[in-house]
Design a protein around this ligand. Structure first.
Ligand code: NG6
Ligand code: CA
Length: 508
């Protein structure tokens, strides 16, 4: 008997724990953790950051009771690399595949790599992804069959439950995937996806423009799904295709179900709504609710979903013990391929706040993000100017639950937990910013953009390219947040100091 117990506790139990069969109790502080990750939402989009025109009362309320950060950064000015860093704790420029991915790209996170999701899962948390993925699906070795098991994917990098789209709403396949299977798929109508050549004979934005709900540029003019032409071609899967108008509600309902199901154990949910990414095709009950057109309506939808989720957390009795983090994956963009009136109707609203540029760019607007942390009763409400990067999320969460980071986890993140909880206004010393594989750095009040170019969206259907000559651009951000006055000539030593950070941390 004693011998049997010995064998179980000393031999079998550690083995079971190692292979993940026995739940490990979470650490001393094991609040639920919800990361709400907006898409293309800029620094100035929420009311609490100066936004006008769209109602974001629920987010503003969380900010008033929590901490609102003014110097928080995503790691890159586009989606895939920022999401990669958020989950892995590694800067995305270290992974050559972390570029804007097509909808049929293989998974770019190694299944051997610890992520914040595997880490929390292994420490007793129920884990879920609900919403946008855009980190690839399937393996690079064999082409993915959308009609079978879609793996590796979220599950293999730590999410025990997943309900997601493959990439973006403007990329095929336009279907939901739940736990690695396309939802509502009719096997007699199999899905095929191709990003190079047309598959099937379905209408495209080019062949059938009269079918479109919203006019699109050439890149977004492939297969029409739900009256919206997309990037890439797909055929089949008709019964599984999503309706953009219902997407926010669909994800919200899955998020609420997950909370209800796991309210009695610690849970981690990465909730990544589509808002404010294109196409902005709004449910009728929100269409016209802002003065900004569909882009503002989408912000109101995002805010409403957060309000509903908070209601459900309260109803489930777990709100007090839930750490909510709200941020976004890259800076704002008004026109991004669809003529939805975002430029024409922006009025006095400044999506990037006081900062220059937005999505795709190395200007501050590309990566300076709204960041709100709420944990009722635990955080001291205030506005913090601590410098924080989303790459720090993994290390900070590890500190929160008092468990060591796995040794082979991404090591670019720092533990900035005291700043995240509002106990300190000191975050990290410097932050690297990436935009379309080019790098910049902010340290203290200074920002350095090395030679090369800065890309951003221009007006409707246009791109703007700003050439950056030797020795690069230097700005003093507190005096010049809009990066208008290059002071590289006046402060060569400062420029060199920042340049050296890039040489050491992000060599070419
Ligand atoms: C770009 C798309 C853009 C958007 C973006 C990804 C152009 C011409 N097209 O290639 O519409 O889909 O990829 O956005 O820019 S992200 O937020 O997922 O990175
Ligand atoms: Ca994005």
């Amino acid at each position: 008997m004693i011998r049997a117990a010995f064998i179980f506790f000393v031999v079998a139990m550690p083995l079971l724990i190692a292979v993940g069969c026995v739940p490990v109790k979470a650490g001393a502080e094991s609040p639920n953790i919800i990361v709400i990750y907006g898409d293309d939402i800029g620094y100035g989009d929420f009311g609490c950051y100066g936004g006008v025109g769209a109602d974001t009362a629920n987010i503003d309320a969380l900010a008033a009771e929590g901490i609102r950060f003014t110097s928080a950064y995503c790691t890159a000015a586009t989606c895939t690399p920022s999401r990669y860093s958020l989950l892995t704790g590694e800067y995305a420029f270290r992974n050559q595949s972390a570029l804007i991915l097509p909808g049929n790209a293989p998974l770019i996170i190694s299944t051997q790599r610890p992520t914040v999701a595997t880490f929390l899962r292994d420490n007793g948390y129920a884990t879920a992804l609900v919403g946008k993925w855009h980190l690839g699906l399937g393996s690079a070795e064999s082409p993915l069959d959308w009609n079978g098991e879609i793996a590796p994917g979220p599950k293999e990098v730590g999410f025990e439950y997943s309900f997601n789209m493959a990439a973006t709403a403007d990329r095929v396949p336009s279907v939901y995937i739940e736990n690695g299977r396309v939802v509502g798929l009719d096997p007699s109508d199999p899905i095929e996806v191709n990003y190079e050549t047309m598959v099937g004979d379905e209408p495209t934005g080019v062949s059938h423009p009269h079918m479109l709900k919203v006019q699109a540029d050439e890149q977004h003019s492939c297969t029409i799904v739900n009256g919206v032409s997309r990037i890439g071609y797909m055929t089949g899967g008709h019964s599984a295709r999503f309706k953009d108008e219902d997407m926010a509600d669909t994800y919200l309902n899955k998020a609420i179900e997950f909370v209800a199901k796991h309210k009695d154990e610690p849970f981690f949910m990465y909730y990544a709504p589509n808002e404010n990414h294109v196409p902005r095709v709004i449910h009728p009950r929100f269409a016209g609710s802002s003065s900004l057109g569909p882009r503002g309506d989408a912000l109101a939808v995002f805010d409403w979903c957060i309000g509903r989720l908070v209601d459900e957390l309260k109803k489930a009795g777990v709100y007090e013990n839930t750490l909510i983090v709200i941020s976004s994956d890259n800076g704002p963009v008004l026109f991004d391929g669809y003529w939805d009136g975002a430029i024409e109707r922006q009025g006095d609203h400044k999506a990037g706040g006081p900062f220059r540029g937005g999505k795709y760019s190395r200007w501050e607007g590309g990566t300076r993000m709204p960041l709100i942390v709420s944990w009722p009763g635990k955080v001291t409400p205030h506005v913090s100017d601590a410098i924080i990067s989303q790459v720090d999320m993994f290390a900070s969460i590890a500190a929160l639950i008092e468990k060591p980071m796995p040794v082979d986890a991404g090591s670019d993140g720092q533990n900035v937990l005291p700043a995240l909880l509002g106990q300190s206004d000191v975050g990290r010393d410097y932050v690297i910013q990436e935009a379309l594989t080019q790098i910049a750095v902010r340290k203290g009040d200074w920002k350095y953009i090395p030679p090369g170019s800065v890309t951003e969206r221009g007006g409707i259907g246009e791109w703007k390219e700003t050439k950056v000559d030797e020795p690069g651009l230097l700005f003093h951000l507190s005096e010049d947040p809009a990066e208008q006055n290059n002071v590289a000539d006046q402060y060569p030593a400062k420029l060199e100091e920042l340049r050296q950070i890039i040489v050491n941390v992000a060599p070419e």
